[in-house]
Design a binder for this molecule. Structure first.
Ligand SMILES: [Zn+2]
Length: 214
């Protein structure tokens, strides 16, 4: 499994390109801006996106979806059902608040907890982790059946957690999502957040200050 991370948009959100070894198939996770930069990387690495997956509906994770969908019409836009309305609603997407241009788009597939997406030899499993937004998800990649990596969106960061002061945010729910879902994964599971550096489940369980006292 290969992961290429690009920092995109004014908030430098992490757009992750996930590609199984030895296959051109790829998933674009959170194309939050700079569509041309993302397309350039896909071409350079000879990757064909089969999915555009959104960990949640905030504009800094979705701004380039419409442009990428035009460039790759065969890629399925996937979002949790509870955040899908944010793809059509400038206010809910926080576009005006953050000051990012908004282009509405339609999801191709609505996700729910436990859904799986096949990508080459890998399986991407949807974990519903609400709290930052109602339809926030983490994407667990299993390799040969074992958890290998998790894309945590704005739920869990290296040494931090997502904000819960936006509409639909709930602090206790976020903490529960992290404790009962993400921290239930093996220690060595690599964590790729929506902002900042990658980490591991074990590292965050031991040192994340927001979870030590919660
Ligand atoms: Zn967010």
């Amino acid at each position: 499994m290969r992961v290429f991370t690009l920092n995109v948009g004014p908030l430098q959100a992490c757009c992750h390109l996930l590609a199984p070894d030895g296959a051109p198939d790829a998933a674009v996770i959170d194309p939050g801006g700079d569509a041309e930069l993302i397309a350039e990387q896909l071409r350079y690495r000879k990757l064909a996106p089969r999915y555009i997956i959104l960990t949640h509906g905030h504009i800094d994770h979705t701004e380039a979806v419409a442009a990428l969908k035009r460039a790759y019409p065969e890629a399925l836009v996937c979002v949790h059902e509870a955040d899908a309305p944010m793809l059509r609603d400038k206010g809910a997407a926080l576009a005006s608040w953050i000051g990012i241009p908004f282009e509405p788009c339609e999801p191709d597939r609505l996700l729910a907890d436990g859904d799986t997406l096949e990508l080459g030899a890998e399986t991407i499993e949807v974990m519903h982790t609400p709290g930052h937004t109602p339809g926030g998800i983490a994407l667990l990649v299993r390799h040969a059946g074992e958890p290998a990596a998790i894309f945590s969106g704005d739920t869990l960061f290296a040494g931090g957690i997502g904000r819960t002061d936006f509409p639909g945010g709930r602090y206790q729910q976020l903490i529960e999502s992290i404790r009962t879902r993400l921290f239930a994964l093996p220690e060595a599971t690599r964590v790729y957040p929506g902002h900042g550096e990658p980490t591991t489940v074990g590292e965050e369980r031991r040192t994340n200050p927001f979870l030590l006292s919660a």
